[in-house]
Design a protein around this ligand. Sequence first.
Ligand code: FAD
Length: 464
Amino acid sequence: MTEPLVVIGGDAAGMSAASKTKRDDPDREVIVFEKGEWVSYGACGLPYYVKGDIESLEDLVSVPAESFVEERGIDLRTNHEVTSIDTEARTVTVAGPDGEFEQSYGDLLVATGARAVEPPFEGMGLDGVFTLHDMEMAASVRRALGLDAPGSRQEGDGPRGDASADGAPESVAIVGGGYIGIEMAEAFREHDLDVHVFEMLPHTLQPFGAEAAATVEEHLVEQGVDLHLDTAVDGFVGDERVEAVAVGDEEVPVDLVLVGVGVRPNVELAEAAGIETGPTGAIATDQYGRTNVDHVYAAGDVAEATNAVTGEPDHVPLALTANRAGRAIGATLGGEPTPVGEIVGTAVVKAFDLEVARAGLVDEAEAREAGFDPVSITIEAESRAHYYPGGSSIQVTMLGDRGTGRLLGASMVGREGVAKRIDTVATALHTELSVERVSMLDLSYAPPFSPVWDPVLTAAKVLA
Ligand code: FAD
């Protein structure tokens, strides 16, 4: 009898792979070990749960745990942590509520995701200092704001923090101006907090390029955010509870801190078993998600993917990449070899009233480093026909390669029509279109949605 597929990690990558394997090969035994309570949840919605747009943590669950077991026939075990992998014996050691045991596998998928980076700041362990990476952390943040935490399965304050400060908090420091930091700035402003964002680089939203970031930063200030650019935080001050952020000789008083300085892939378990990581620090995989060890696959935030623009391994931990790779590995294991697909780093973020988007290489320095000879332009165009009411400006920065004419990437920012427009750019990048070909695409037009020349076409025309 074939040994089971064992999946480590029960979220986007893990459950996609488990479901697809079972669908394509119903006789295959599939066991998923998830160390937490939650499976198949949308961490992407957590800022909106804290903000109050999403009512309950339960609303973020795509497929309830019972459905995986009862309808899909998956042996799903929550509160089970895999503590080691033996690739010779093809077994994993699992710590569960009833103690430790070994489980053999025929194939293994490492889908352990990533975790929020916790910098070695002094005061990182103080009450009122949070990161945001999982469901219960989001519930803790809501409690710290003096709000209910609907759907939370944990009693008390959860992983970190303390809701029992005197009175509701009035101010918060967000350390890190990445997309989670910006989404959380909006969530905290919604609850009327004074929000400080500290970013050690000259701009927030670094992967979106300086031009888009500068526009976002003006908007953040309009929204009442106190922006501290080029400002490295040294640590947090307080006895038990955070009282201030230390920045050089200064102390900025705050009641709460949210640290959002990036994520790190959870590779330690795999590395200890001899599964190799690549240049980005995530697990190296081939086009089918296979690692260097036979019968061991990796997918999602823990794994690298190939960047279609540079041809190099890359690590862009986003949800579609995880779902897509998990599903492809499931199809491969179900008998139909299926590549996990390449990425172009397509990303969008809502920054209060703005939509900010990027795909490919959006920065000349980054493009030069990747071996291109970049040329770039930034244009402003209207989101609707000039005579149609309610339109607004869209700023597009587009990069091409001088030698080949190839489109390298773009970023965009505006009040409407940005988030989905970037997908045109992503499609062009996947198919390696030249800037000139992009300028000749037959894109849609009607006055309420676009000018005759869509902003993507205008940018490409100017750049070509
Ligand atoms: P994860 O979702 O991290 O799941 C890994 C699972 O493995 C976890 O449940 C963990 O408990 C479990 N695990 C780890 N180690 C073990 C072990 N040893 N044994 C058993 N189980 C283990 N992406 C977007 O594309 N768009 C967005 O707007 C967006 N917003 C986000 C906002 C926030 C606040 C966060 C935190 C993430 C956001 N993301 C977004 C990223 C997206 O959530 C991830 O890319 C996606 O969840 C990755 O799925 P995954 O299955 O690879 O890993």
